[in-house]
Every structure is written in C-alpha cells, then in structure tokens.
Design a protein around this ligand. Structure first.
Ligand SMILES: Nc1ncnc2c1ncn2[C@@H]1O[C@H](COP(=O)(O)OP(=O)(O)OP(=O)(O)O)[C@@H](O)[C@H]1O
Ligand SMILES: [Mg+2]
Length: 238
C-alpha cells in the first residue's frame, strides 16, 4: 500500500480543559482532494490549525513527507510544504496583488517562479486585472482567490484550506471548486479542505465526517450518499 503524504494519529487538541478534537486519525495521499465536513463547532478549523502548527496539540503524531513534524513551528512546516489558507486573512493586506505573489513565490525554485505567477493569473484572470490593487481592498472572494494563489506560488505540497466557500456567491463557489480540481490535476498537489457546502461532493476524492471532535466516517466520496452527508453533517445547506 502506498504511504500517505500526510498521516495523523491520535491527535487531541484542547482549549483550556475542553478538547475540541479527540484522538483523531487522519490521512491524505499525494494528489488527492480530501474534504473535512461537519457542522459548526465540529473541530474542522482546530484540526487544520493543528496540522499547520498554529494550534498547539496535546497528544498525537503528525507525519508529513516522511518526517514527524508535530513539534515543528509553523514556518518550518510551511517550508517543508504544508500551507494553511485560513477562513479569513491570509494575504499581505497592505501590498498589491502582484507584490503578494512575488513575495510568496520566493519559496519556490527560481526557474519556476514566473511560470507559477502566470499560472495563478490564468486560473484567476480577475487577479491579473487587479494586479496593482492593494490586497485589503479586494472583495472577500477575490482575497480568497489570492490566498489560494499564494499557496500555488509558494509551491506548497499540501494546501489546507479552511471553508473556502464561506461568504461566496453560489456561482463563485462552483468556480472556485472547479479551479481547485484543476489545480490538483495540473500540479499534482494535495488539497485538504474543510467545508459545509454540499458541492464538496463534486470535487473531493474522499470525505472525513467530523462531529463533536471525532471522526464519524472516512469514505471515498463515490461511496457516500448525498443525503447522509447532507443530513448528518451539513445541516440544511443545499
Ligand atoms: N479560542 C477558543 N477558545 C475556546 N474554545 C474554542 C476556541 N476556538 C474554538 N473553540 C471551540 O472548539 C470547538 C471546535 O471549534 P472549531 O472552530 O474547530 O470548529 P469548526 O468545525 O471549524 O466550526 P465552524 O464550522 O463554525 O468554523 C468548538 O466547540 C468551539 O467552540
Ligand atoms: Mg471553522
């Protein structure tokens, strides 16, 4: 069996005395889109932040690209190729779109830099149009596109994206999801995203259902019925 690129065992993370995620096992393979679904407060953000290193964990092991990284600081994990796109605020707010991309691309090979930036502009033409605009004056949706763009230019191997659909119009959600699928196909990256939007079924290869800090299912998307996901984990969102 092929080893997962990211493997997590027995992960527990707490806020004070309350554990938000409880002894979770989780994994993602190379070139896979993995969805983490679950209602508000299920622990999705806590899990992603624990993997990225911005949340301190109580117990557990995180194995990434052949190394145990659970004690590593955020930046070191980032340099190895693990990047979190948080629910909000993941761009350099006072810099232009162009400058944002030029800074993040420094983490990539010199020879690939221009191609990576061109690829982001090809995926999101609006960012090319707005390349001179200061990032914090972009709309919420445009900032999200830029945040995903920063993940691409920095050449992250695994992008952890926290609820990318929040605040986006339905059409834009569809477009962003299609773009994430294209990114996976073009770049062979792994994308782990948390979601409450049912459209996740259209792009995820596998889904982890999370509820009250515990994994309730881990299934290939094709084996899951839409109703199970919708009723149990996504509330009434359609
Ligand atoms: N800073 C904090 N202090 C105390 N408790 C917290 C804190 N952040 C999160 N929690 C609690 O931890 C649990 C998991 O929260 P988390 O943000 O991981 O859920 P989530 O699945 O991302 O929810 P949402 O869909 O609303 O973003 C919740 O019960 C929440 O109230
Ligand atoms: Mg969250």
């Amino acid at each position: 069996m092929i080893e997962p690129i990211l493997k997590i065992t027995g992960l527990t993370a707490c806020y004070g005395k309350i554990s938000a995620i409880k002894a979770i096992n989780f994994y993602a393979h190379d070139n896979e889109i993995v969805g983490i679904v679950g209602p508000n407060g299920a622990g999705k953000t806590t899990l992603l932040e624990s993997i990225a290193g911005s949340m301190r964990i109580k117990n557990g092991r995180i194995f990434f690209l052949g190394r145990h990284i659970e004690k590593w600081p955020v930046l070191k994990r980032r340099q190895l190729g693990l990047m979190l796109v948080p629910q909000e605020g993941n761009v350099f707010p006072m810099m232009s779109v162009k400058k944002n991309l030029e800074i993040s691309v420094i983490l990539s090979n010199r020879a690939e830099r221009k191609g990576l930036i061109d690829y982001v502009y090809e995926l999101f033409p609006i960012l090319w149009e707005r390349r001179k605009q200061i990032a914090n004056t972009l709309s919420g949706g445009q900032q999200k596109m830029l945040a995903v763009g920063l993940g691409i230019t920095s050449n992250a191997r695994v992008m952890l994206i926290d609820e990318p659909s929040i605040g986006l119009a339905p059409k834009l959600v569809t477009r962003l999801f299609e773009t994430l699928k294209k990114i996976k196909e073009d770049t062979k990256k792994t994308i782990v995203l948390s979601e409450q939007n049912i459209k996740i079924l259209n792009i995820a290869d596998r889904l982890f259902g999370l509820e009250a800090g515990k994994i309730r299912f881990d299934e290939k998307t094709k084996n899951l019925s839409r109703d199970i996901v919708k009723d149990l984990y996504l509330g009434s969102i359609s």
